[in-house]
Ligand binder design. Sequence first.
Ligand SMILES: [Zn+2]
Length: 269
Amino acid sequence: MPIGLLYRTIVKNSNQAVILMYHRVNDSVHKEMAVSTENFQWQMNYLKKKKYAVISMDELVHRLENKILFEKSIVLTFDDGYADFYENAIPILHHYQFPSINYLVTGYIDSKEFFWWDSDIGENQLMTWDQIKELNTYDGVYFGAHTVHHLDLDQHEENDIVMELTKSKATLEQKLNIRVKHFCYPRGKSTKLAVDLVRKYFKTGVLIFAGQPINTNTGGSSIDLARLKRVPIQNSDGKLLFIARINGWLVLEEISRKIWDKIHTYTNK
Ligand SMILES: [Zn+2]
């Protein structure tokens, strides 16, 4: 069955938006989080060719709050502020005039600190403040907060969470002279407390997989903006899985993931 038909059969909501999560666009780092420039180019071209509306996070909020029906809407998000966003992703995004948002970890910028998953690389390979400031002057390039130290918010107490949220927000606002309205939960980890605090300091918060599908069928206003669902794009996905992901066709994937987790857990015992 062609995937388009399969999609129409399974997903009846056409007025939905899908928020995609990227980390890196890089040909020399061989990790799932690093999508090759060829794949990224193909994906952006596909969005253009198939007339997806690639919109900013602000525009998504506007449409949800005003219950404006939309279809085939995509928001492009990037996490952690890697330099290959500046070097490889931005030229392609610029070519297609697609807006994007990058969630920055303020404590790691222009620092020798690197994330634990980059210990094999031994450096953080993040954008410098100069690069971020340059991108901040471009149309359609937006920045959001991703804490100061990339803290799992489900592992910390209120004071620490408040500090991570408010300090990362304040640093970005002061350095870039912008209002920072959007937040990304490190590794998608959240609790009710964390969500309540994100709602207090930001307009939106993005998760990974968790959260409701984003559409206006439910009335728009029932969408919790502090718990927006995101769909990760990985380098090994392939074209069909990319097409499935941008159509929000994740029901079967989530079921298979749960089954796989159960089998995996079982066989490991
Ligand atoms: Zn992150």
